[in-house]
Design a protein around this ligand. Structure first.
Ligand code: P1T
Length: 390
């Protein structure tokens, strides 16, 4: 190899299918088999072939962890029984008295985990508008050990500047963790922008088919990975080999799915902006979005999530979301099917109302996960639901 021919980095499409994966060494099976075994035979005490007990490590889970690490451009991956189990594992790194700066517009379950579980362990959380580096800078203090952000945020689809957050966190020797669930590694790779840890709910786009609950953590720092691995094994909320298989299978089509999710969401958002019943549309791909330019710079596409405020009172909004037929009224996101929900009563119901309103999440906000159905069916469905419900 000469200087003119530096090693090529494979494309993300290729990494999704092959990254970190080999055909099964025993049989040549092209698809990673489901190693449904809780334990592994040892030749002599402590002498084994890399696996001893499936909570500590399982070949199907390892294949997924390695594939995910490749996609995020990290060295190390850990898969968990849910997104929240993964997030909880990051908090296991902290000690009582530590302080955490968190976005004020994060998944309701993340907010609940931090305030209703970890505050009891004497961790302190400040929920701030992470789209404002000044607000984050003001909140950071010597006891701050972690800055936790989502971008795009759930549910308002705000965009947070990952590089700016990394500089701020590192100025106080705090870790920056980025929940990359909404973007996926296809649209955004936070480790390359200075994040220490990337978190995922695998339940969403990575699984992609609404058939598993799972989570993951990725990093390129070996010491950090060892610590996360210690808590993964000690606490034990690990992903089953069956679910790891389904996520591996889902990831193979992730780049293709994200392209179509983005195309459909952009078209739905653009059309909604012109609809007479609509007050505001939240979608980072719209020029009207306050962080549109940052999104265009930081991301390779704007994703499949759309938020909307309608010009109707709350009871009418509730009947509209109950009238859709192609969009299913349900929590979650990122599957092939379109979902619609009302964060105030569903995904963010556990966030105290005053706090939720202060963060900008109104009672009447509607959130959509735009799926892969035909665009004309999606638009017609929203149109008929607005008519029928109002
Ligand atoms: O549901 P679970 O796999 O535990 O993942 C939690 C989670 C973490 N991070 C983000 C950004 C999320 O959106 C979620 C889960 N969110 C939903 C169920 C939802 O409908 O928003």
């Amino acid at each position: 190899m000469t200087d003119e021919n530096p090693p090529r980095t494979p494309t993300l499409e290729t990494e999704a299918i092959h990254g970190g994966l080999e055909p099964d060494p025993e049989t040549g099976a092209v698809m990673t088999p489901i190693y449904a075994s809780s334990t592994f035979a040892q030749n002599a005490p402590g002498e084994h072939q890399g696996y001893e007990y499936s909570r500590s490590g399982n070949p199907t889970r390892s294949a997924l962890e390695s594939n995910l690490a490749h996609l995020e451009g990290g060295e190390y991956g850990r898969a968990f029984a849910s997104g929240l189990a993964a997030i909880s594992t990051v908090l296991n790194l902290l000690e009582s008295g530590d302080h955490v700066v968190v976005g004020n517009d994060v998944y309701g379950g993340t907010h609940r985990l931090f305030t209703d579980v970890y505050e009891d362990y004497d961790l302190e959380f400040d929920f701030v508008d992470t789209t404002s580096p000044t607000a984050v800078q003001k909140a950071i203090r010597p006891a701050t050990e972690l800055v936790w952000i989502e971008t795009p945020t759930n549910p308002l689809l705000r965009i947070v500047d990952i590089e700016a957050m990394s500089e701020l966190a590192h100025s106080e020797d705090a870790l920056l963790a980025v929940d990359n669930t909404f973007a996926t590694p296809v649209l955004q790779r936070p480790l390359s922008l200075g994040a220490d840890i990337v978190a995922h709910s695998l339940t969403k786009y990575l699984g992609g088919h609404s058939d598993i609950i799972g989570g993951a953590l990725l990093t390129d720092q070996s010491t950090l990975d060892e610590q996360l691995g210690f808590y993964q094994n000690s606490v034990g909320a690990t992903l089953s080999p069956f679910d790891a298989f389904l996520v591996l299978r889902g990831i193979k089509t992730l780049p293709v799915r994200m392209e179509r999710h983005t195309e459909n969401a952009q078209a739905v958002a653009t059309w909604l902006e012109t609809h007479p019943a609509v007050e505001t549309v939240y979608y980072p791909g719209l020029e009207s979005h306050p962080q549109h330019e940052l999104a265009a710079r930081q991301m390779d596409g704007f994703g499949g999530m759309v938020g909307v405020e309608l010009d109707y009172p709350i009871d009418i909004v509730e009947s509209i979301v109950s009238e859709t037929e192609v969009f299913t009224l349900a929590e979650s996101l990122g599957g092939v099917e379109s979902l619609i929900e009302q964060p105030a009563t569903m995904t963010h119901a556990t966030v105290p109302r005053a706090e939720r309103l202060q963060a900008g999440v109104s009672d009447s906000l509607i959130r959509m996960s735009v799926g892969l159905e035909g665009l004309s069916d999606l638009k017609a469905d929203l149109d008929q639901a607005i008519d029928a419900g109002s």
